[in-house]
Design a protein around this ligand. Structure first.
Ligand code: AHR
Length: 861
């Protein structure tokens, strides 16, 4: 055997990660784990280290290595009195108290104190609290023992893995062996546990902190620092060498839209209904009881003397729609008025379809006057007739004699008593003229993006606030009066008027693939505690999962089944006998990846794959681009061979600029990626040119990786002014105006200039600074349908970039190309692209203005 020289052996050891100890390096040190009550216990677990157990050094500035993931963001996710212990196999186990109201504690394991696994939150007693849990190892039983206090008593549970636990039993105070100590650290007096560890453990913690610091600085990069960062920077020359011969196919559904009923995007927004609370189903629970005016009478008021307006539930139109209005005294000359969603915008000369369900107690014929009013002015009116003692729908058409931004609907029953429900007013002009349709200008703004797919109905709305709030698609189809409205998790009301049928039809009207996302049998990871107690931790009970899975399977039949099938028939009855050609189904939305999740996701996934192998199931990998949910979600996807996963990340422009290589090394043999939610967020500032260009830069990298990223959608899409729960958004609107953002222009430029193959390009800049290079990004794609080659170039520098492009191997058919430029100042909230023609050849030079996005569309042979 050949002998390895000693000096080389040393190199091998270093390579294998066994760094040679430095001279002054200790072999073992003390490690102190602790948390503080700062920031309402949100800061997580911190570490300090010491050589002598006397002098301590904090790692980072109270850097948090693991945070609690239990319950709602904001009010929950608290880590109280964490207790850390290293088990005999070296694995660390940590438990902590969650709050002072639930009989649960948190448990989690880690091998290296840097990557922490799934957290578990067992319900361990029926008491109200689980305080100060401590963990010990019982070597005889080979199990962990967790002892905690509750109501002045002590209890114990055991667990082998901190995933499943024994039942709690009461123990004596003597059994409570808390080995915590208090130390005076620079940050104050803190309580925690002291451990003895090998030096590399601390070294890794420090390195991890340093890495996070490095990333934090990158993420904080904004154009506000450009005057310093790029002081004296001269215009930059960039050379772009395109390699047409290396073209690779990319997804032809890359850019789509994410629709969620957030920010009043549906009712009061895209859904063209002008009457608010048309079904009298608003309920205090929609706003978690925090608004006493939010009830069945919301948006309605009485006008005129002697009229009374009450709500009844005795004989509703349908059990799903139990409330209706009883209007009495209308014959005295008064009626009821609906205020709409911030009023109703009415256009002179336009027609409006009014309809309502009514019934007269007496069973005789009665006239009902319907008017559109603008203050005291009547701008349209009609008279409808109610002839029945049973619920019947009546309708009329109104033509507006004037325009008004703030009109209201007035209904005057010319009879002593009448029952009313489903009072509706739609503009005759909806998107594509659809009945029960969409607001034409808003829908058109979405269609103008040329989305290849539409994700719906969310976002968090899809999986709901607790299992009772999961969006059930069957509640959203069929006759409007029989749909089942529900609380919107964003704290308002979902009428379900815009339901699955309407979503599918919208997709079809835009030529976009429908991508419905259904809950994975678990609710939103931000759910609070529910009536069932578990909130976020609660899954649909396993004995109800078969029925839930059947709902998922039925959706495929509803979308694609023949009209002779049970659910296909329902689609046909709604006016669409042809299938909707559903190809994708998302299961789960950035869920907490827990055992509860995995069990339910696996059941649904396997059932859909077995019954419908033709459907691409999209799994979920948490709300962030890293961390436990991301890793655990990907592990599940790889284990089950899920065809695609849904990634989400809202990050700073600095993150997008510095992570253009995010997908470069993704394994092409694993699941494809649907980047289902992303946006560049500048804390405290709106969507502007800077965020839009950061997104444009990142999308060049997404196109480059269009062989692994199949779909991408900015989120959220729509926001109504005055009702915005989430910011920034892509399109803002009020009742009369649609206000597209700069980010919208970027999405649109990508949407209308998408390609089916990617032509790799090398970019060289005459400036050695990495800061400069990463702010110049190029993507070249070819669109098979038109044959056009499209060059996208982003310049996020404060100076011009002269880009010399070499398109060797591309046969240019027309040297006159269409050039579109979006530019302005970084803080600009409104910028519009400007189109012109430019001359191109195999080699051509383009001047890219400071802070700009340029798209050149070239005809090829
Ligand atoms: O896009 C807004 C919200 O962000 C979505 O509902 C949710 O999935 C994410 O947290």
């Amino acid at each position: 055997m050949k002998k390895i020289p000693l000096f080389l052996l040393g190199l091998f050891l270093v390579k294998a990660g066994q760094a040679a100890p430095k001279k002054n390096e200790p072999d073992s040190v003390y490690l102190f784990s602790y948390a503080t009550a700062k920031n309402n216990n949100h800061n997580g677990l911190h570490f300090a280290w010491s050589r002598d157990n006397v002098h301590w050094l904090a790692i980072g500035n109270e850097f948090g290595y693991v945070q609690s993931d239990y319950g709602r963001w904001g009010s929950e996710k608290r880590m109280i009195t964490p207790y850390l212990l290293q088990g005999p196999d070296g694995t660390w186990q940590c438990v902590w108290s969650l709050n002072d109201k639930e009989p649960r504690f948190a448990g989690v394991s880690t091998k290296d104190l840097v990557y922490w696994g799934r957290q578990s939150y067992p319900e361990v007693s029926k008491g109200n609290t689980v305080l100060k849990p401590v963990i010990a190892y019982d070597a005889q039983q080979a199990t962990y023992v967790i002892t905690y206090t509750s109501g002045g008593k002590y209890y114990q549970v055991t667990s082998k893995n901190l995933a499943t636990y024994s039942a709690a039993k009461e123990v004596s105070a003597a059994a409570y062996a808390d080995k915590s100590v208090s130390l005076a650290l620079p940050a104050g007096n803190v309580t925690g546990q002291v451990h003895r560890v090998a030096w590399p453990v601390v070294e890794k913690l420090i390195q991890n902190y340093q890495l996070k610091e490095y990333q934090r600085l990158q993420n904080a990069e904004t154009t506000l620092q450009d005057s310093v960062r790029f002081a004296g920077l001269k215009p930059v020359d960039a050379g772009i060498q395109v390699h047409a011969e290396l073209a690779k196919p990319i997804s032809n559904t890359l850019l789509g839209v994410f629709f969620e009923d957030i920010n009043y995007a549906a009712d009061g927004g895209l859904y063209a209904e002008l009457v608010q609370n048309r079904d009298f189903e608003y309920a205090p629970g929609d706003k978690q009881g925090r608004d006493s005016t939010w009830n069945s009478t919301h948006s309605w008021k009485v006008k005129g003397n002697g009229v009374q307006f009450a709500i009844d539930t005795v004989r509703p139109i349908h059990p799903n729609n139990p409330h209706y209005a009883v209007v009495t005294g209308g014959s005295n000359g008064g009626g009821v008025v609906n205020a709409g969603f911030d009023g109703m915008a009415v256009t002179q000369g336009a027609q409006y379809h009014v309809s309502f369900f009514a019934r007269q107690e007496a069973g005789k014929s009665a006239k009902v006057l319907v008017q559109l009013i603008d203050g005291d002015k009547v701008i349209a009116q009609a008279v409808a007739e109610v002839r029945s003692g049973a619920w019947k729908q009546v309708s009329a058409t109104l033509t507006a004699s004037g325009s008004a931004a703030n009109a209201q609907l007035y209904i005057q029953p010319m009879v002593n008593s009448i029952h009313l429900d489903m009072v509706s007013l739609f503009p005759a002009r909806t998107f594509k003229g659809r009945k029960n349709g969409l607001r034409a200008d808003l829908a058109q703004a979405v269609a103008d993006i040329h989305p290849r797919f539409v994700r719906f109905p969310g976002g968090c709305v899809a999986h709901g606030d607790g299992i009772d709030n999961i969006y059930r698609w069957k509640n959203s189809i069929g006759p409007l009066e029989a749909r089942k409205p529900q609380r919107n998790l964003w704290n308002y009301h979902q009428s379900m008027g815009l339901g699955y049928f309407e979503y599918f039809r919208f997709c079809e009207d835009m030529g976009a693939e429908p991508v419905p996302v259904l809950a994975a049998g678990v609710p939103c990871q931000n759910s609070g505690s529910s009536a069932h107690g578990g909130g976020q931790q609660e899954g649909i009970p396993l004995n109800e999962m078969d029925a839930y899975i059947q709902d998922v399977i039925d959706l495929i039949e509803y979308a694609n089944g023949a009209p002779t099938t049970f659910w296909g028939k329902k689609r046909a009855e709604a006016g669409h006998p042809e299938p909707f050609h559903l190809k994708y189904i998302g299961i789960g939305n950035e869920d907490l990846i827990s055992d509860v999740f995995e069990e339910r996701f696996t059941l649904i996934y396997k059932a859909v794959r077995a019954k419908h192998p033709e459907i691409t199931v999209i799994g979920t990998v948490g709300p962030f681009f890293e961390g436990t949910d991301y890793k655990e979600g990907w592990d599940i996807a790889s284990k089950l061979r899920v065809p695609m996963v849904d990634e989400h990340y809202y990050q700073t422009p600095g993150w997008f600029i510095n992570n253009q290589n995010f997908y470069d090394a993704y394994d092409r043999n694993k699941s494809k990626v649907y980047l289902g939610e992303y946006a560049a967020h500048l804390p405290g500032r709106p969507n502007n040119l800077e965020t839009a260009l950061a997104e444009a830069i990142y999308l060049t990298a997404v196109e480059r990786n269009g062989d692994v990223v199949s779909m991408a959608s900015y989120a959220p899409l729509l926001a109504k002014e005055g009702h915005t729960q989430w910011s920034p958004d892509l399109i803002y609107f009020n009742n009369t105006t649609v206000k597209t953002t700069v980010g919208y222009e970027v999405q649109k430029l990508y949407g209308i200039n998408s390609g089916t193959s990617y032509l790799p390009a090398e970019v060289a800049v005459n400036n050695g600074q990495d800061n400069v290079k990463k702010r110049v990004a190029i993507s070249v794609v070819k669109d098979a349908a038109s044959g056009d080659v499209i060059v996208k170039m982003v310049n996020l520098l404060p100076v011009t970039v002269n880009a010399a492009t070499n398109l060797k191997g591309v046969s240019i058919a027309n040297t006159q190309a269409v050039k579109t430029v979006l530019t302005g100042k970084p803080a600009d909230k409104v910028c519009k692209p400007v189109e012109s023609t430019c001359t191109v050849g195999e080699q051509f030079v383009t001047s890219l203005p400071a802070y700009s996005f340029t798209v050149i569309r070239i005809k090829t042979k």
